[in-house]
Design a protein around this ligand. Structure first.
Ligand SMILES: *[C@@H]1O[C@H](CO)[C@@H](O)[C@H](O)[C@H]1NC(C)=O
Ligand SMILES: *[C@@H]1O[C@H](CO)[C@@H](O)[C@H](O)[C@H]1NC(C)=O
Ligand SMILES: *[C@@H]1O[C@H](CO)[C@@H](O)[C@H](O)[C@H]1NC(C)=O
Ligand SMILES: *[C@@H]1O[C@H](CO)[C@@H](O)[C@H](O)[C@H]1NC(C)=O
Ligand SMILES: *[C@@H]1O[C@H](CO)[C@@H](O)[C@H](O)[C@H]1NC(C)=O
Ligand SMILES: *[C@@H]1O[C@H](CO)[C@@H](O)[C@H](O)[C@H]1NC(C)=O
Ligand SMILES: *[C@@H]1O[C@H](CO)[C@@H](O)[C@H](O)[C@H]1NC(C)=O
Ligand SMILES: *[C@@H]1O[C@H](CO)[C@@H](O)[C@H](O)[C@H]1NC(C)=O
Length: 414
């Protein structure tokens, strides 16, 4: 998640919706652990959709779903709270609708929190997530070339761009375009020669297309304040045309970095990183702090058959721009001026996201139960799930994928 330091606005007010907190349903008798609700499969909860939010103070990325789903007859995510050991102590529950078809978790922000929480959820014996669709839904910094504040992006690639050597730019060689140099290489913009395995993830393009077709049904929210900041990008004409026009749903990729970088030079450097690491296919339009972390956990558990990596949607909405408009310094852009994108980003996270959730539920029997076969490579740069990556040096597993050592059922690990 990337938040606007100055803007914590009235994100609860959705256009056309009512204000206020959703009424909690009466508590169930006993804890969920003692009396798991129906329907059950092997005694486990089998949600069709798991919404994965990150957080920021007061978890607005989650709250917008809690508040608006009941108002729009889409169910109450706070109907069932399930304690999962290992989640963030700030957000210790997975929350589910009464029918347990849709659940939500808040990972807490940053790579460490996101990976830890995701892994705790995926290892939980309370769930069977083999058929669950994961909707990563967080706010982000938008690349003004491809999106805008309030804009919604659906990714194919996520790239962990800051997983590199870094020189302070004041100490780098004169011929370097950036202080970032990939591991095992000696100058910028080369393919990393040492791979950790989490550099790049690719999710199903076919599922992304389906999610896109649902998301575009949303009437996205906008407001005068965000229009004002967008208008500052207008003088750059065609380059930033997307920045200065209204929010829309676009298909482009996300990058992950714990360092909340900002400014033209770093943003352009990481555009090039994205290009090189995805062998020219990826186009970075949103920057945030969690996607590679959550996808890293999902790939690990997909190796064990505990999740299906072809059922992952990565959605980000722009709450701010990654670089300043013309004639504004990087410093002023990040820390002085108000970009006013937070409210529309939170609103559109829900508005686009609920269309995807409802689309999956509505078309479950016809499409999503059996799943959409990916047409592209899915997985990581190592080829962990089998197949030949369309980026990077080639599968480390000769296209076969890693197999669980020894016993091959999820039961072995719970
Ligand atoms: C679930 O937890 C939320 C707070 O996170 C609370 O508002 C809600 O009432 C709880 N639901 C039940 C059924 O206890
Ligand atoms: C909860 O317990 C009360 C008192 O034992 C009982 O009357 C009620 O039916 C129970 N509700 C549910 C949902 O089990
Ligand atoms: C999980 O659910 C699938 C069907 O969706 C089933 O085949 C599998 O046995 C279940 N696994 C566990 C560990 O419950
Ligand atoms: C850039 O500078 C470094 C360090 O001085 C040097 O080793 C390298 O060959 C130079 N690269 C190019 C492309 O000139
Ligand atoms: C969007 O607005 C149009 C026109 O008002 C309406 O017909 C449509 O149902 C709205 N879509 C959603 C998803 O609310
Ligand atoms: C930026 O500032 C320069 C110098 O003050 C001015 O000439 C130029 O028109 C400005 N550009 C924009 C887009 O405001
Ligand atoms: C990706 O590019 C690197 C060089 O940058 C190259 O070594 C590698 O073979 C390419 N991979 C694919 C799948 O094209
Ligand atoms: C694990 O594998 C061993 C030998 O392959 C087998 O005897 C055992 O039953 C398996 N355990 C489980 C839980 O599947």
């Amino acid at each position: 998640m990337r938040f606007m330091p100055c803007a914590f606005a009235s994100f609860l007010a959705l256009r056309g919706g009512q204000l206020g907190l959703a009424a909690a349903t009466p508590p169930r008798n006993g804890s969920i652990a003692n009396s798991p609700p129906e329907p059950r499969l092997d005694g486990k909860i089998t949600p069709k959709v798991m919404i994965v939010n990150m957080a920021i103070q007061f978890a607005p990325e989650a709250q917008v779903w809690y508040d608006n789903m009941p108002l729009n007859s889409h169910g109450n995510l706070l109907a069932v709270n399930i304690t999962i050991p290992g989640l963030s102590p700030r957000y210790p529950h997975v929350h589910c609708r009464e029918d347990l078809q849709v659940c939500q978790v808040t990972t807490c922000e940053g790579e460490i929190n996101a990976a830890s929480s995701a892994m705790a959820l995926l290892l939980s014996p309370k769930f069977n997530l083999t058929k669950t669709y994961f909707l990563l839904a967080g706010i982000a910094g938008a690349n003004p070339k491809y999106s805008t504040i309030g804009g919604v992006a659906l990714a194919r690639y996520t790239v962990q761009v800051a997983l590199q050597y870094e020189f302070d730019a004041r100490e780098m060689p004169d011929n370097f375009t950036t202080g970032y140099v990939a591991y095992g290489t000696t100058q910028p913009e080369e393919y990393p020669k040492i791979l950790y395995g989490t550099e790049v993830f690719e999710v199903s393009n076919a599922l992304r297309d389906a999610a896109f077709n649902y998301a575009v049904r949303a009437n996205l929210s906008d407001n005068e304040d965000s229009k004002k900041y967008r208008a500052r990008y207008k003088p750059e004409g065609n380059i930033f045309a997307k920045a200065s026009s209204g929010p829309e749903v676009v298909k482009c990729d996300t990058v992950t970095s714990d360092v909340y970088y900002s400014g033209t030079l770093l943003s352009e450097a990481f555009e090039r990183t994205t290009g090189v690491w995805t062998n020219g296919t990826g186009r970075y339009c949103m920057t945030a702090q969690e996607d590679n972390a959550v996808l890293g956990s999902l790939v690990r558990m997909a190796v064990y058959g505990a999740v299906d990596f072809s059922r992952v949607v990565v959605m980000r909405t722009g709450s701010n721009f990654d670089r300043p408009p013309p004639n504004v310094t990087a410093y002023e852009h990040l820390l002085v001026l108000k970009q006013n994108g937070f409210e529309v980003a939170i609103q559109n996270l829900y508005l686009a996201g609920i269309e995807i959730v409802n689309g999956i539920l509505k078309d479950w029997g016809a499409v999503f139960d059996k799943g959409i076969k990916p047409c592209n490579y899915i997985g990581d740069v190592l080829g962990s799930l089998g197949g030949e990556p369309d980026f990077g040096p080639g599968s480390e597993t000769k296209g076969v994928g890693f197999r669980p050592p020894g016993n091959s059922t999820t039961r072995a690990i719970v």
